[in-house]
Design a protein. Structure first.
Length: 532
């Protein structure tokens, strides 16, 4: 069939069509299949290293993402994938993403199609992973054959930072219509058309520990600014990352307003070690931490790229320890102006623009036992945020997402814990040791005790908990019922949240029928303990 005037796919208008295929044996329909389809044309302009999509130059403001969540690893449910993708597209307004460094769940590419995210899909040729030629070729061909119908995928990547990339000939034989990329690799063959020299794919790279807001928490960032510019592999504070992203060359590769693909969306596990980081084998370079709590850089990015009006006040100075002192208050905002108030008293207005990266500093503000409020003004509309002066830590509060899960051993809920004062205000910098307890038909996936990693440096073990808030994960059993999760800490009122575990829906598909799992005769897998 012909489509005489197809609507083109783009980040601004992600038009998706569906192709339905039918297989007949003589006159009998024996199989059906549906595939995504989209219409767009694109090329890379090598004169100024710009992507041209449907005749328009695209300002790339993208990210990378690893497919994992604490205590679940790669085996995460689709609702967590969707949570991440909505955050990436709608809250951060990224229009480009590399699914680093391996083919992701097919659901991700359905989402990049529908959300309008230009995508780079990459085979797992990374660092010193030594795949044989047969495995490499199979990885390439399977990746392309599985995902070639997704209009959001404009690039295939043959590897990242490897001396043994996949042969680009395999890519070209499968699909010569897309851009073939390699990033800092060797042995990639003769068909690569794009590299890190055209678009790096890992910009603004910097190790940053959420909760280490400034040097008052841990004075571990480089004291020499020029040295810090050249070292994204050394842990620093949230303030440091926020400042370096606005300096040309301040972070490794790029500046926040340039054509960039930032590294990366969330902190994740890996076989690397970083100087002054709390834990070994964790890569804390995300815009959010591993539990998806944003760092300051998240809000600076929003101030420069978000469509919806926003304002964020860096909260670390608005605490009891600083009462009676004058402190600088940093505000990120995408409005025309922002006004700061202490109580009902205006501290002043400051203008926001591309030239100051939509972030301003109110100098020498006296810290008082009062409410700090910032109001962003855009045309006749305002958007505001208030920080209460929190009192002493009083109690733990919990929330569950989702609040109901299937009783099929696969139901997953994230339990979020926070520490608040007597009035329910979040207590910044709370690092209390907490204990998790589950009653009812569910099990705790993460450890039962969280001790803060805030004072650690290069530790082999930890939970990634720096300060509040933090999360843990529960998983359903095969029984329905009420689940009660309690989190406690000495000296604090414990928090409780109640969930339900529901019988899973019974599938009535015509085809293979899988019986419900039974515990009869079932032995759990356990680690063998070796006696000394």
């Amino acid at each position: 069939p012909e489509i005489p005037a197809p609507r083109l796919w783009s980040p601004d208008s992600p038009q998706i069509y569906t192709v339905y295929s039918e297989v007949f044996d003589n006159d009998s329909l024996v199989d059906t299949y549906k595939s995504p389809a989209g219409f767009r044309w694109f090329r890379w302009d090598y004169t100024d290293d710009t992507l041209i999509l449907n005749g328009r130059r695209i300002h790339i403001h993208g990210t990378n993402r690893h497919q994992e969540y604490p205590w679940l690893g790669d085996a995460i449910p689709k609702w967590i994938q969707l949570m991440d993708m909505n955050d990436i597209r709608f809250n951060l307004n990224h229009n480009f993403m590399r699914t680093a460094h391996y083919p992701n769940d097919p659901f991700i590419y359905d989402m990049t199609d529908r959300l309008g995210i230009i995508t780079v899909e990459e085979v797992p040729n990374i660092k010193n992973i030594d795949f044989g030629e047969q495995i490499q070729e199979q990885n390439v061909r399977e990746m392309i054959r599985r995902d070639r119908n997704h209009p959001s995928i404009l690039f295939w990547s043959v590897g990242n930072e490897s001396d043994d990339a996949a042969d680009s000939r395999w890519v070209w034989e499968e699909d010569s219509s897309r851009i073939i990329h390699q990033r800092k690799t060797e042995k990639y063959g003769n068909y690569v058309t794009h590299s890190h020299e055209n678009l790096d794919m890992e910009n603004l790279l910097r190790v940053t520990i959420r909760g280490r807001n400034n040097r008052d928490v841990r004075a571990l960032e480089p004291s020499n600014e020029s040295y810090g510019r050249n070292s994204g592999q050394r842990a620093g504070t949230e303030e440091w990352q926020h400042r370096m992203a606005r300096i040309d060359g301040g972070s490794i590769r790029g500046r926040i307003d340039k054509n960039i693909v930032v590294w990366l969306y969330e902190d994740h596990g890996l076989d690397r070690e970083y100087k002054n980081a709390p834990l070994l084998h964790v890569n804390p370079k995300g815009w959010v931490d591993m539990y998806r709590v944003p760092k300051y850089i998240y809000y600076l990015w929003q101030a420069n790229y978000a469509d919806v009006p926003m304002v964020y006040v860096h909260p670390h100075h608005w605490r009891q320890r600083y009462i009676g002192q004058k402190k600088d208050i940093q505000v990120d905002c995408n409005c025309d102006e922002v006004e700061l108030f202490v109580g009902d008293r205006s501290i002043g207005r400051l203008a926001l623009a591309d030239s100051n990266f939509h972030t301003v500093t109110f100098k020498d503000v006296m810290v008082e036992n009062s409410t700090l409020t910032a109001s962003g003004i855009r045309d006749d509309a305002t958007v505001g945020i208030s920080l209460e002066m929190a009192g002493d830590a009083e109690r733990i509060i919990l929330s569950a997402k989702p609040g109901s899960i299937n009783a099929d051993r696969a139901g997953i809920s994230i339990i979020n814990a926070d520490i608040v004062d007597a009035n329910g205000n979040h207590v910044y910098g709370a690092t209390n040791t907490i204990t998790w307890q589950v009653r009812g038909p569910a099990v705790l996936v993460g450890p039962s005790v969280y001790e803060s990693d805030i004072q650690k440096n290069g530790a082999a073990e930890g939970t990634g908990y720096i300060d509040m808030p933090v999360s843990n994960v529960i998983r359903s059993t095969n029984r329905a019922g009420t689940i009660i999760v309690t989190v406690s800490s000495p000296g604090l009122q414990p928090g409780t949240v109640i969930l339900t575990s529901e019988p899973p829906p019974i599938r009535r598909d015509n085809g293979i029928d899988e019986p419900l799992l039974s515990d009869s005769g079932r032995l759990p897998v356990r680690r063998h303990k070796i006696k000394n």
